[in-house]
Design a protein around this ligand. Structure first.
Ligand code: PHE
Length: 339
């Protein structure tokens, strides 16, 4: 083979065979084969003498470049193995592992789970309803007729002209449960709600509520008080929380009430967290209004019961001592990692 042919062959071949080597030993074999003392490149060098004196310098240069290219290629290949070998060499099974931070549960999810757990233990089932609601389920069936002032209080996101909307509370799930099932009812309905509120320390356009509905033949206001006081006791475990009920107004309950718990920061004496009142509002409730039963085809002469609705973010803030609702939605890991 002429020098030129051999040059062509080797320069077209070395990269492939070097890269096929799968151990340091094999790479070394390749090195000897190409650039060892009696390797292929040196064999070509020997043939320089067959060329004319004018051709020799140019080919000498070419061969030197080929040699340094092959050297580079071999060094690169070697370094790949060296890295691997090093990692293997220093593997010490007695060293402690690398612990990545364990995933944690979002505080809102956590509180939702606790609420579901508590009401399950009190015998409640769980119902879900759509977040896109009809104005009928969100308002009309709940005794909030069109043009009623209470609709304005809800600052609704409408999806089309006053027909479909993003539910402003979980109360429409009461309606759906009663429409689709015969009494008695004993459910909670957790989920997202939407209102056109500006974001601040205690408002967010998306928030969570847990609705409750208990209807039977002899469910009374004292059941409402008993169940909700028991809930507060279990939820704020071990902190001997006191509850009180204040009269209130909701179009879908009569009578209506709001439940307060004693402020856990000052123990009821009054501080800045509770605006010096010693009490904090946690939920709205009341006896289901006969108008609502009527819309759902439930005989209000036979069936009666109570409903309640609680804000999940608010309960989470009270339980964990968080003073700004925005923390729940910022996805700041320093906040989330604490749960
Ligand atoms: N739906 C009411 C609200 O969002 C809460 C509520 C639910 C009050 C059930 C009474 C009964 O404020």
């Amino acid at each position: 083979m002429t020098l030129q042919d051999e040059y062509k062959k080797i320069s077209g071949l070395y990269r492939e065979t070097v890269n096929e080597a799968d151990s340091l030993k094999e790479v070394e074999k390749e090195r000897v084969k190409y650039i060892g003392r009696s390797g292929a490149v040196n064999e070509i060098f020997k043939k320089l003498g067959t060329l004319s004196p004018q051709e020799r310098p140019a080919w000498g240069k070419k061969l030197n470049i080929l040699k340094s290219d092959i050297t580079k290629c071999i060094e690169e290949k070697k370094s790949q193995f060296n890295k691997k070998d090093k990692a293997e060499d220093i593997f010490d099974p007695t060293l402690p592992g690398n612990f990545s931070t364990l995933p944690s549960v979002h505080p809102v999810t956590r509180i939702l789970r606790e609420i579901k757990h508590i009401f399950s233990s009190l015998g409640f089932g769980i119902a879900y309803g759509p977040e896109i609601e009809t104005a009928y389920h969100n308002f009309t069936a709940l005794n909030i007729p069109k043009d009623h002032a209470a609709r304005d209080m809800h600052d609704t996101f409408y999806l089309d002209k006053e027909k479909n909307l993003l539910r402003t509370h979980t109360s429409p799930v009461q309606v759906r449960v009663m429409e689709n099932n015969d009494p008695p009812y004993n459910i909670i309905a957790p989920g997202k709600c939407y209102r056109r509120d500006t974001i601040d320390a205690s408002h967010s356009p998306v928030f969570h509520q847990v609705e409750g509905l208990m209807v039977g033949e002899d469910i009374s206001f004292s059941d409402l008080k008993g169940v909700l006081a028991e809930f507060a006791e279990l939820f704020f475990e071990g902190t001997s929380v006191k509850t009180r009920f204040r009269p209130s107004y909701f179009p879908f309950t009569e009578p209506s009430a709001e439940m307060d718990i004693s402020c856990r920061i000052c123990g009821g004496k009054g501080c800045s967290s509770c605006s010096q009142k010693g009490w904090l509002e946690v939920l709205g409730a009341g006896m289901v209004d006969p108008e609502v039963f009527k819309h759902c085809d439930v005989d209000s002469n036979r069936w009666q019961g109570f409903a309640f609705g609680m804000g999940v973010e608010r309960l989470a803030m009270l339980k964990y001592g968080i003073n700004d609702m925005r923390f729940f939605y910022l996805n700041d890991m320093r906040f989330l990692e604490q749960f």
